[in-house]
Design a protein around this ligand. Structure first.
Ligand code: ADP
Ligand code: MG
Length: 338
């Protein structure tokens, strides 16, 4: 066999670079919901509305009343590796905002139609930016981003998506993560014009009750523990609230919903051996860690973190869960007859 003829090295065009990068950040419509809601939260919004149509493929819009983006900076907002959130390595290592990579909007714009309308407190009207450039627009303070026809530029990606119902469920789940970790924000989610969630600013527990399964609201224990540079709050379901599916397990690290084996293991160990037949614990826990002690720049979607002192965090969470459950376990509220 003859080897294929060698082609010369060429730099990729910007648009293609963005589309390649978008593959990591924008896996499906829910990724867009996640990134846009995180931007709204980073902008200090106290009200956020998410609307999706056609599972998010036809349209996703997120409207917030946050700080807005000044007209001069609109083109930068859509540029790759441009961010207002960090300036240098030191700021990266102590980052508190949800975003910092400066690539979400650029990635989304490379695989969908994107229009951004924004107005800061100093401007007397809004401005919009889209493929057609920057133009005056109507709108109150804050930002509205509309994403249409996701993946129409990259049809291969579209083929991997599931049904509209499944994509809607994933979008909803991302919204719920943000809602659980930001109960003080008025948040609304609509799908195909129907209101799915209308959540006023409320106490953390009230918010959790509106989102988590009913048996969790009925049977859970408050968790609270604090150590230097570490705080954990939230709730763990009593063994009676355990489920067959692991669909009510939420871990937030500094306001970010993460998947983490160490944390999951610590929680399960906290239940010791009171869960039977593969029953899954329900929990919603918020871990606050000194940002210097956790690396959030592990994965483009930031759904994984790395702890500097993983073993210490594990012990801390394990003891907090165990202590919270102690009354439930000793008072015999574990399912009888098992
Ligand atoms: P990142 O969030 O990592 O900085 P993005 O691509 O998501 O990157 O956003 C780029 C920039 O656009 C942000 O740094 C921020 O300054 C601005 N921005 C995006 N969305 C909003 C919003 N809803 N309100 C205010 N500013 C925003
Ligand atoms: Mg962002």
């Amino acid at each position: 066999e003859k080897p294929a003829a060698r082609r010369s090295i060429a730099e990729l065009p910007d648009q293609l670079i963005s589309q390649i990068a978008a593959g990591e950040v924008v896996e499906r419509p829910a990724s867009v919901v996640k990134e846009l809601v995180e931007n709204a939260l980073d902008a200090g919004a106290t009200r956020i509305e998410v609307r999706i149509e056609g599972g998010g493929l036809r349209r996703i819009s997120v409207t917030d009343n946050g700080c807005g983006i000044p007209k001069e900076e609109l083109p930068l907002a859509l540029k790759r590796h441009a961010t207002s959130k960090i300036r240098n390595l030191i700021e990266l290592e102590s980052v508190r905002s949800l975003g910092f990579r400066g690539e979400a909007l650029a990635s989304i714009a490379s695989v969908a139609g994107l229009t951004l309308i924004s107005r800061t407190a100093d401007e007397d009207h809004a401005w919009s930016i889209s493929e057609d450039g920057v133009m005056p627009a109507a709108g109150s303070q804050g930002t509205q981003i509309e994403v249409v026809d996701l993946f129409f530029k990259t049809p291969a990606r579209r083929k991997f998506l599931k049904s509209e119902a499944t994509e809607t469920a994933h979008c909803l789940r991302q919204f719920e993560h943000a809602a659980l970790s930001h109960p003080d924000v008025d948040m609304r989610f609509m799908a195909n014009g129907r209101v799915i969630h209308a959540l006023p600013a409320q106490a953390p527990r009230e918010r959790a009750n509106m989102i988590l399964p009913k048996e969790f609201a009925d049977a859970s224990r408050e968790v609270y523990a604090s150590a230097p540079g570490l705080t954990v709050t939230g709730w763990v379901g009593t063994p009676t609230a355990a489920r067959q599916k692991s669909d009510a397990q939420f871990f937030f690290v500094n306001g970010r919903c993460v998947k983490d084996k160490t944390l999951l293991h610590a929680v399960k160990q906290g239940y010791s051996d009171v869960l039977y037949n593969g029953a899954q614990p329900s929990f919603c826990l918020f871990l606050d860690v000194d940002p210097m002690q956790v690396d959030v720049n592990v994965h483009p979607t930031k759904s994984e973190v790395r702890f500097r002192e993983g073993q210490r965090v594990h012990q801390f969470v394990f003891h907090a869960v165990e202590a919270a459950l102690a009354p439930a376990i000793s008072s015999g509220s574990a399912p009888s007859g098992l």
